[in-house]
Design a protein around this ligand. Structure first.
Ligand code: ATP
Ligand code: MG
Length: 339
């Protein structure tokens, strides 16, 4: 009988995203996930409200004359007050100009990742690839997240978001193919050959952009559009759509076109293009890949784009919102086993 490796269940995977923070951890034979919305909402301070939040076990921070409700509850508060919740991250990163939000993201990360099982446990956390359509760099973001995790007692290591998708979803393809994560703030892409990332980058439009565009088109708050999108959107439907559904359908197609055009352009520019002798698999993941019909929409646009690589199978990851955290966990467990 094979012996279970001593650190088999050690290591964690953390997906620090614009819309959600996810943590993946192995428990027995299963991978378990914890999630929080990456959001906060401020309310006026009163002793009574503070007491109510504490007894209801809501995560909050008290600062100046305000109480900041953090995580999942922030969205509930925002919807009740018919306002937008605020986000500590924008387009995939904590920007240096959003210092005010640092305690919020720290609390969200802490509540999702928990304490290490032992001092120095390895946690892999996701970072976006270099953006192709906006001008920023991720150094500050990476260092801040690294600092929070070190403070909690972990040994943090970063992994590219697209590569994490490859680790989690392309094992049967020998870790060769394209991993795509359609998130809230951005779309991340990694072209990998036998688990080696050849090419990674990010595109700064995704689910949030859809919410904002639709909100503008139909004069609603982005939070409300987001709630409708997440609960009822069906992209297989083209007729009998409401005004909001019509706008969601249009902007989904628009996003996919934008992403594929950007990938095509970047592939055209690179000198690193590999010569892979068989059609490559594309796997789609992330929260924005969840609606029914997303795969067919993607395939429809792909068929129209003259893509520079021969594409074989295109599929959606089974629990697509968890792919990045799972891939980060795989990286962490592999390294824990070597210890
Ligand atoms: N069932 C659903 N249908 C449609 N969209 C959804 C659904 N569930 C979540 N989303 C959308 O997915 C996006 C979040 O996806 P994900 O959790 O992969 O992003 P993230 O990792 O937080 O962000 P990023 O990778 O861009 O930093 C949001 O725009 C959210 O509204
Ligand atoms: Mg993400």
């Amino acid at each position: 009988m094979q012996e279970t490796p001593r650190h088999a269940a050690n290591g964690k995977g953390l997906d620090v995203g614009t819309a959600f923070v996810y943590c993946a951890e192995k428990q027995g034979n299963k991978i378990s996930f914890r999630t929080q919305r990456d959001a906060f909402f401020d309310i006026e301070y009163s002793d009574f409200t503070k007491e109510m939040l504490t007894t209801s076990k809501v995560n909050y921070i008290q600062k100046d004359e305000k109480l900041y409700v953090v995580g999942d509850e922030a969205i509930k508060f925002a919807n009740i007050f018919n306002k937008n919740a605020r986000r500590p991250l924008s387009k995939g990163i904590i920007s240096p100009s959003e210092r005010e939000a640092l305690p919020m993201i720290e609390l969200i990360i802490k509540s999702v990742v928990g304490k290490p099982k032992y001092k120095g446990e390895i946690v892999y956390y996701s970072i976006p690839g270099p953006p192709v359509d906006v001008d920023f760099n991720i150094v500050y973001h990476e260092k801040v997240v690294h600092g929070f995790l070190t403070k909690l007692g972990y040994t943090p290591k970063s992994i590219n978001e697209g590569l994490a998708v490859v680790f989690s979803e392309l094992d049967k393809d020998g870790f060769t193919g394209i991993g795509l994560s359609f998130g809230g703030g951005m779309v991340n892409m990694c072209l990998s050959y036998m688990s080696v990332p050849i090419f990674t980058f990010s595109i700064s439009k995704a689910g949030d952009w859809i919410d904002q565009q639709v909100a503008m088109a139909v004069d609603e708050t982005a939070s409300r559009i987001c709630a409708i999108k997440e609960s009822t959107l069906d992209l297989t439907k083209y007729v009998g759509l409401s005004k909001i559904e019509t706008a969601l359908s249009i902007y989904y197609d628009n996003l996919i076109e934008y992403v594929l055009e950007n990938i095509k352009r970047e592939f055209g520019r690179t000198k690193k293009m590999p010569r892979i002798d068989k059609p490559i698999t594309v796997v789609l993941s992330g929260g924005s890949a969840l609606p029914k019909g997303f795969l067919d929409r993607f395939k429809g646009v792909l068929a129209k784009v003259r893509f520079p690589l021969e594409i074989g199978e295109v599929r959606v990851a089974s629990e697509s919102q968890y792919s990045v955290a799972k891939g980060a966990l795989i990286a962490a467990m592999a390294e824990e086993e070597k210890r």
